[in-house]
Design a protein around this ligand. Sequence first.
Ligand SMILES: *[C@@H]1O[C@H](CO)[C@@H](O)[C@H](O)[C@H]1NC(C)=O
Ligand SMILES: *[C@@H]1O[C@H](CO)[C@@H](O)[C@H](O)[C@H]1NC(C)=O
Ligand SMILES: *[C@@H]1O[C@H](CO)[C@@H](O)[C@H](O)[C@H]1NC(C)=O
Ligand SMILES: *[C@@H]1O[C@H](CO)[C@@H](O)[C@H](O)[C@H]1NC(C)=O
Length: 551
Amino acid sequence: MLCFILVYFIGYFMDAMAIDGATNYPKKPNIVILMADDLGFDDVSFRGSSQILTPNIDAIGYQGVILNRHYVPNLCTPSRAALLTGRYPINIGMQHNVIANCDPHGLPLNLRILPQYLKEAGYRTHLVGKWHLGFSRKAYIPTRRGFDEFFGFYTSGMEYFENVDSVRNYTGHALRRNETVSNEGRGVYLTHVLSDEAVRIVRNHNVGIPLFLLVTYNAPHTSVKPDPESLEAPKEEMDKLMYIADPEVRAHAAMVTTLDKGIGKIIAELGQKKMLNDSIVIFYSDNGAPTKGLFSTRGTNFPLKGQKDTMWEGGSRVVATLWSSALEVRHIVSNHLIYNADWLPTFLALAGVKAPPDLDGFNIWPTLTLNLPSPRTEIIHSINTAHGVSSLYYRGWKYVNGSTHRGLYDTWLGSAAKQTNPLASKYVDIVRGSPAWKAFAPFALKHLKKKKIKKIRKKARIECQEKLPYATECTPLKEPCLFRIDEDECEINNLARAYPHKAHLLANIVEGYRAKMVDPVNEPADYEGCDPAKHNGVFTWWLDVDKSSNK
Ligand SMILES: *[C@@H]1O[C@H](CO)[C@@H](O)[C@H](O)[C@H]1NC(C)=O
Ligand SMILES: *[C@@H]1O[C@H](CO)[C@@H](O)[C@H](O)[C@H]1NC(C)=O
Ligand SMILES: *[C@@H]1O[C@H](CO)[C@@H](O)[C@H](O)[C@H]1NC(C)=O
Ligand SMILES: *[C@@H]1O[C@H](CO)[C@@H](O)[C@H](O)[C@H]1NC(C)=O
């Protein structure tokens, strides 16, 4: 009990310190976010699968912390909006669908976003990769919203060898450097191009000022051509994975291993440049893998239920690893609750910036650095009136009402990876030989023996709960379901009938959020206006085209 009280007060104290901007970093840390697109919960090797070896991503977690309960909105645009605003999508009109390439709306302009705060605090701010928060007007694009430099695409994705994207039959050039159309990297695999750009930024960075680097990879999202389920990977990487019989599974795996190598290169450069001692590095996926249906990869969230764009854990509980030179407790698996809207207030505290009082995110720095309980006890995952769905996490319970895609994905999709990389027997050596590991190793609090690494890996594994005799089948299109999610991570045991008061309580909390949420800002697509054929073959800010030069 005394111990608990002590921990509580230390937590309180740390929190007060962090709010004042006084943290255990000697100066404003470099903030590096490396984001995957549609990576599955089981598509990395730290969780035990040896089909796809991801030594660099794993090294971040072993040297730092594996964030085992890191949640995000279950879809690309809402997820990125939550990261950059520190708010729930339902509170900023971003809850419904993604912003498709010809949609005229964008992330509302009255919202101040992360790079704007950090720029004001003296950071040099960079975005490399995908934006996907609107571009119909110039005011929406990243270089008008706090990013000093941009290299990437505003659209929902891009082909991996050509700098183009498509929506329906409208195809256009998508790659830009700052605001200018760029032909760089044509014919080179996109993941390499983005990694090399991030490495270049680190190499050229003036270490006298803090860096904010957001790298939003397209991988392992599908390519757009020849169909929305196309998987493109470098041939030389595919050739190394011949133990995977199915060429599509192999292509997906090669997309992930190429991503992992890029991450290794960026971290190695941060090490080379002696920047790691003042850095926080996070890797995570914007949402879970789409195993079936539109844009399906061969990624898997197994044994979690569901997938991207569903209310299930497979959509919103994502792979996440973090490293920081200021972690006082590290080399652990953290099961504390984190939501990606928490990053903004956390970074603002580290940068000494006062956060606005009405954010939905929490400063989780004490949770990260001391492994203290999270200040977060609930997450409103989704309220989507158009889809008739809602989902809430509340103090160990999860409530799900309604379903997306007519309930097609209300089950466990994919399976545990079955084909083992023949090198898997050397897993620990491979992790310890990775560029990320080598860069982090000088900071380790202790020598990590093989046994310790294996132990951490085991702790990150998901063990599904047994079927309980008093649970009922979950059919969320008919009636709401309730799970004791902290123990029933695979959403097997619907307890809505067994605990009707609890179900009622959570339904009421959802209604509380519903009463305060704002309507989606979505507007119908404007194919006529956006059609790249009318703008020199380029996806551009079509509503502003007359007012500004557009190449
Ligand atoms: C992009 O913009 C930044 C900030 O204005 C500038 O420093 C940089 O040189 C620009 N890059 C290019 C290629 O124009
Ligand atoms: C795309 O073009 C094809 C061939 O011109 C046409 O048949 C099809 O209806 C078009 N699809 C859409 C969604 O516009
Ligand atoms: C479940 O969602 C539906 C559709 O939004 C709504 O009509 C219903 O009231 C909800 N059920 C509960 C118990 O809140
Ligand atoms: C990190 O910085 C601290 C404080 O300046 C220093 O004592 C330590 O040796 C540095 N660590 C590494 C690995 O460079």
